[in-house]
Design a protein around this ligand. Structure first.
Ligand code: F6R
Length: 262
């Protein structure tokens, strides 16, 4: 696990963008697959990727985008549904073709249809050859995707109940708490772990405790993001505030400095 601490949220976003670009395949044998998180944390990273496109350093026109999760029960086209959010905040910004964006289908209202939609989503990821780089944020309660505390560490895409903490945190995107859906379809922790590289971005004091528990606490379903410790290629990009509760900070900085010059 590589832990990179930027001086500012913008610096963390720049480092995260470099980690994403370094993880995408360049051989041209198959189309790259980029896993996309929603929420505030990766917005700077998406802007940095957009800048790399403008500078001619990368082209996402042949890349497939795979969303982490979707709310259950929002009407199609709802502006806070994650398909709409990703069309707005990612496709337009990095030049990803809307027809290459896959989002779990949370539109059904009965469980069997949602279970079928979750299975179909796993199948879609398999058909694409798996995710090359999965971009992630972390919930203040340690959730990853919408895998709330208590999620099985090997879980696959499925319907989950959102915790009240998550619903309160996300109420800022809706007119009020009552409008926040109670359920979602989310990639499981096992699905996330199957991506070839994970890049997590976290900024601000509100994430400090969750980041420390995920990176330095025990691997536990109580802190779903602790599965990052299990993955062989994880890059965690933080700003100073989000890194403030880490105990091994000096080690991460030393490791990030690389081999000594001779
Ligand atoms: C988003 C997602 C969530 C968020 C997390 C942090 O697709 O699955 O895990 O990454 O809730 O949200 P922000 O970045 O808004 O604090």
């Amino acid at each position: 696990m590589e832990v990179v601490v930027g001086t500012t949220p913008g610096d963390a976003a720049r480092r995260a963008a470099e980690a994403v670009l370094a993880g995408l395949p360049t051989d041209g044998d198959r189309d790259p697959v980029l896993g996309l998180a929603t929420g505030s944390s990766p917005l700077g990273l998406y802007r940095e990727l957009g800048r790399a496109v403008a500078e001619g350093r990368v082209d996402f026109s042949r890349t497939h985008g795979i969303a982490l999760d979707e709310y259950v029960g929002l009407p199609p086209g709802h502006p806070e549904g994650y398909r709409q959010v990703l069309l707005r905040e990612v496709c337009g910004v990095i030049g990803l073709a809307p027809e290459r964006l896959a989002v779990p289908d949370g539109s059904a209202t009965d469980l069997p249809s949602l279970v079928a939609a979750a299975r179909a989503y796993e199948e879609r990821i398999r058909q694409l050859g798996g995710v090359d780089v999965q971009i992630l944020g972390i919930g203040a309660n340690g959730h990853l995707g919408f895998n709330e505390p208590g999620s099985a560490l090997t879980s696959r895409t499925r319907v989950k109940r959102l915790s009240e903490r998550t619903r309160r945190d996300n109420a800022r995107f809706f007119t009020g708490l009552d409008d926040v859906p109670t359920h979602c379809v989310t990639q499981g922790l096992g699905t996330i772990l199957a991506a070839r590289r994970l890049v997590l971005v976290a900024t601000g004091d509100a994430k400090a405790e969750a980041v420390a528990a995920a990176l330095e606490g025990p691997l536990s379903a109580s802190v779903p993001a602790s599965v990052l410790q299990w993955h062989p290629d994880t890059v965690v990009c933080l700003d100073e505030a989000a890194a403030s509760a880490l105990r091994n900070r000096q080690y991460y900085d030393d490791a990030a400095a690389g081999l000594p010059e001779r």
